[in-house]
Ligand binder design. Sequence first.
Ligand code: PPY
Length: 381
Amino acid sequence: MTDLEDYRKELDAIDQELVALFEKRMHISQAIGNYKVAHDLPIFDEGREQRVAEQNLTHLKSDEFAVQTHHFLDTIMDLSKEVQKDVRAASNDYEQIFAIHEPKQPAQIGYFGETGSFCEEAMLAYFKEAPRDPKNYHTFESLFLAIQNGEIDYGVLPVENSSTGAISQVLDLLYKYGLSIVGEQYIKIEQHLIGLEGTSLDQIEEVYSHPQGFQQSTDYFKYHEQWRQIPFHSTSDSAKMVKDSGDAHKGAIASRRAAQIHGLSILAESIQNQSENTTRFIIVGKDLESNPRCNKVSVVFSLDNQAGTLFKLLRHFARYHINLIKIESRPVEGEKWEYLLYLDFEGNIADENVHEALRFIHRSSVYFRLLGCYIAATENK
Ligand SMILES: O=C(O)C(=O)Cc1ccccc1
């Protein structure tokens, strides 16, 4: 027999013992998982992991393989945690996450802002037949509250702008109120400086708008630094306020439509930084809705604060051939340096690969919620 064959036989014998010990260890991890679920304890205990690694390294005869042994122990502990997370996921009634409801019809719709707001435009574009008696709300949170308490079935809010990025307050509210995304709509945004009829630019002293209006028009305001910029509810609330004030020194940033509706004049046209300025709006409802035509999924989750967890999770999107569209992170309220991740990707929750990927994210995350599965909007260029 060659030496090589002898070595291999020795390895086979060791592997056999390792596998038997590993299986035994995994059963104990599972039992610990059950205990932690029953006693509502966290799965990750950094102090204990550190102690286990240190204690086991003292069993080495020399330091020669200390690094590899550390790696080996870390991997074993990662696998144990996965088993424990499986136990917890099963106890969370995983299928409940996918409980799909029928769309509400006829539905009471709400939107953010006074009549003439961009959200109203998005609502009219999304619900092809103009909704009957839509209600409007002057803060994002009051709109979320109205959906939560059943005053309205769906609400329309901005979630992302092509030049200013995510509208983070809306992401935070989706998490806070546990509501769902049932659709989306793009609207091309042109901002104008508007004021009372018969006034001119040199009379303006202060300008009102939604913070988005200012952020999308920063270049224009570099040339008008003497004007006071005053944040107000929505662009259209600002327009209405200027009209109601009758004050020629006040201006608003809003749409052409808002100027017409509130009887104001355009003093400076198209003042937004980006000529193709576009906002993505979401239609928010109480429950998850989905049908076979839906091709976009949104989720929110948080991870253990450990090296490599995000990579380990995102790797599965490549493995299941899922196209990621967007990832956004937000701090968790009250938890310093802890983050929630908002992920959009292509697919339908009924697709096998999406289901598998979601099962994995759910299992690997500390917090997980499916925000919605809906039809991806296309941009009208
Ligand atoms: O204020 C509005 O009109 C809104 O609907 C919010 C908003 C503001 C600016 C751009 C896009 C959406």
